[in-house]
Design a protein around this ligand. Structure first.
Ligand code: NAG
Ligand code: NAG
Ligand code: NAG
Ligand code: NAG
Length: 289
């Protein structure tokens, strides 16, 4: 009798244990939690295994208390835009993604729900900078101005959309890389302003320019933004320099071929003429007979 009771107890305990573990496994944790940030628009992305749950993101800085970010509660999608919460920019933030049951008819203890911490993130130092738009204009024979448009952020302040210059201020510089059309040597210069003057160029030559945001105060891995498209001035191209060795060989080959054709045709023509003249002579001389 005692043993039967033990078996019964064991069964009840076992099934309870199985239900609990099954439920534990069942509530899916946010996975692959990553920060993405371009021009100070910062999102937290993660992946999820079930659509039956929502997610709430909390954030904190310098190990302070966890705070909720507006529009980052009970999310169905697995991304949250924290741009407007991570202020000031120059702080080390971390986030915590909590899983919640979508329907509230389960009795979950909020403390028991699974959650996933993100890594640390400092927007001021780690946000990527997109490719800038540039225009180039020759001022005189030997000077070109490069006009750089600072990329806009998604941050609005006092009714104005801030540019990366408004955020980075004097920390923002630009790296200008340029070369003379037809030559392979490149030169890099650093400009502190968004209008740069490049001087001491070779007069009348065509030059091409590329620009990337450059933030020397950052660690090396995030110092440089993406390169802009290339823009060139309309100076003359140095045609002789522009021709590669292959082009030269090709040109010589074509010239030689033409020469050979001309010589051959001339020789053949001359032979033809001589023969015809001879024949004419023969027929003329034989005619009076
Ligand atoms: C910045 O860009 C690099 C290269 O594309 C990428 O690996 C990194 O995750 C990006 N960082 C952020 C914070 O978006
Ligand atoms: C993060 O989520 C946003 C919004 O859905 C999306 O635009 C972006 O491409 C995602 N980033 C990555 C790397 O998945
Ligand atoms: C989501 O819930 C529905 C009904 O409650 C269930 O049938 C379905 O299997 C669940 N899906 C997942 C992926 O858990
Ligand atoms: C530089 O380019 C911007 C945008 O194309 C333009 O609005 C601005 O007037 C230009 N500045 C100069 C000095 O050319």
């Amino acid at each position: 009798m005692a043993s039967l009771r033990t078996v019964l107890y064991l069964r009840v305990w076992l099934s309870a244990w199985i239900i609990t573990t099954a439920e534990d496994n069942f509530v899916p944790r946010a996975e692959n939690v990553h920060w993405f940030s371009l021009d100070f628009k910062t999102t937290l992305n993660w992946t999820t295994k079930s659509s039956n749950y929502t997610y709430t993101v909390l954030y904190s800085w310098d190990d302070s208390d966890w705070i909720e970010c507006l529009y980052c509660s009970q999310l169905i999608e697995s991304v949250c835009d924290l741009t407007n919460c991570l202020k000031p920019f120059d702080r080390i933030y971390s986030a915590d993604v909590k899983t919640e049951p979508a329907s509230m008819n389960h009795n979950y203890d909020p403390e028991e729900l699974p959650h996933t911490y993100s890594g640390n993130f400092n927007p001021y130092i780690e946000s990527n900078i997109s490719a800038v738009k540039i225009t180039v204009q020759a001022v005189d024979e030997r000077t070109v101005t490069v006009n750089i448009t600072d990329p806009l952020t998604s941050i609005h302040q006092d009714g104005k959309q801030l540019s990366i210059r408004d955020v980075l201020k004097n920390d923002l510089m630009y790296k200008i890389s340029y070369y003379k059309s037809g030559s392979t040597g490149k030169r890099d210069i650093i400009s502190e302003s968004s209008m740069a003057e490049v001087s001491q160029l070779d007069a009348g030559q065509k030059y091409c320019f590329m620009v990337a945001a450059y933030i020397p105060s950052r660690p090396k891995s995030t110092q440089q933004g993406a390169w802009s498209e290339q823009r060139c001035t309309t100076g003359q191209e140095d045609v002789l320099q522009e021709l590669s060795l292959g082009a030269w060989v090709g040109a010589v080959f074509i010239l030689l071929t033409i020469l050979i054709i001309v010589v051959t045709v001339t020789v053949l023509c001359c032979r033809c003429c001589q023969r015809r003249n001879k024949m004419l002579h023969t027929s003329q001389s034989s005619a009076p007979v």
